[in-house]
Design a protein around this ligand. Sequence first.
Ligand SMILES: [Zn+2]
Length: 234
Amino acid sequence: MRSFRKYFLNPLLDLLYPQYCVVCDTLIPGTSQVLCLACAHRLPFTGLEQIADNETDIRLYGKIHHLNAAPLLYFIEEGMVQVMMHQLKYKNRPDIGHYLGTLIAARYAETEWFQSIEAIVPVPLHPKKEYRRGYNQAQCIAEGISAYSHIPLLQKAVVRKINTDSQIHKSRAARLVNVTGAFEVHKAPQLKGKHILLVDDVFTTGATIASCGNCILQVEGTTLSMATAAMAIL
Ligand SMILES: [Zn+2]
């Protein structure tokens, strides 16, 4: 069966649905792949999941009482992670989110804090925005983490009430105001007493994820850690 797959099915699938590396456009063998081997080998991992009180915690200081926070990759302008995040958000490539989620779960599984996570919650998009995009990129990452780690994913546990404008061109103070009160917990009984992993795509100032996280922390007995696919260099 394995050789049928290896010598017949996979080459046939390659022929019918050729896959190209998201970053360098090289033809890659096999299906459901995002990066060629060369690009996968030069992914800029932060390694911050192993470090307590890291750069992410400094940015979150005074915004939220969380346990751990770690982004997977460094987001450098015009770098490979920017290309991947752009494709994930704007070019209908939810599979990139799944791939990044799998990488998060595989790397973070070695840490003690990740092993105590009991449920995964993605930072929600406003329903209108999710409808336009066709998916929530944070949810795709969360699905990848859940599939690899077998930690349950809580769907729609938190919802976004306010359709905030793009955060990119706003000052830090404006962003904080913009996201305050934007979220609402809908599944409190499922969150109660659990160590939750809150998942988002890119970590910048931490205003959005902290706002969403503070909403979750209002549920009795919850503790919170955070994982994002990337971290912007400020
Ligand atoms: Zn490549």
